[in-house]
Design a protein around this ligand. Structure first.
Ligand code: HEC
Length: 148
């Protein structure tokens, strides 16, 4: 079925990114203790290519995707749901398409050598959700300049 094929593609696509996984794991572990958290670096590495640096759905890869990545600054639901959407293992996404990798699975599979991979996966998804949530509220002067 197409779902499986798309998933295989997504996995192949991701393998390239996951090669540098170990450095993220290390970053994540050290950054986790300091305030800003690893959400931003994880986002830039895994998400910005599709969703765009500012989360507006204008990443470099976006134009070649059949399902355009949604604008993450316009999500109306809360953090719990964002976590589920990112993790992807317990939810059917908005349009029921597998257009976005199931990150819960991707992270966990990439951490097979890790003793705490389930927890690390949760922490990553949580950090990402925090970051996505923060992208939503632009600072006071939200000028509608589409050129950005
Ligand atoms: C390969 C491109 C791609 C990458 C990489 C990607 N996404 Fe997505 N994302 C999508 C697409 C396409 C959708 C819409 C999926 C659907 O509707 O089935 C989506 C949906 C979402 C949603 C749900 C939005 C909604 O409208 O409810 C969230 C939240 C999200 N992505 C966050 C992330 C985060 C966080 C990352 C990085 C870990 C990420 N995405 C990486 C393409 C991508």
């Amino acid at each position: 079925m197409p779902r499986r094929r798309t998933r295989a593609l997504a996995v192949a696509f991701l393998l390239a990114m996951v090669v540098s996984e170990e450095s993220v794991a290390r970053e994540g572990r050290t950054a986790a203790s300091s305030a800003p958290g690893p959400g931003e670096s994880l986002y830039m590495r895994y998400c910005a290519s599709c969703h765009g640096i500012d989360g507006r759905g204008d990443g470099t890869v976006a134009s070649v995707l059949r399902t355009p990545p949604p604008d993450l600054t316009r999500l109306t639901y809360g953090e719990g749901e964002i976590i589920k959407q990112i993790d992807g293992r317990r939810t059917i996404r908005a349009h029921g398409t597998p257009a976005m990798p199931v990150w819960g699975e991707v992270f966990e599979e990439s951490l097979v050598e890790e003793p705490h991979r389930r927890r690390t996966t949760l922490q990553r998804v949580q950090a990402l959700a925090d970051y996505v949530l923060r992208m939503r509220a632009p600072p006071a002067e939200s000028s509608p300049s589409p050129g950005r």
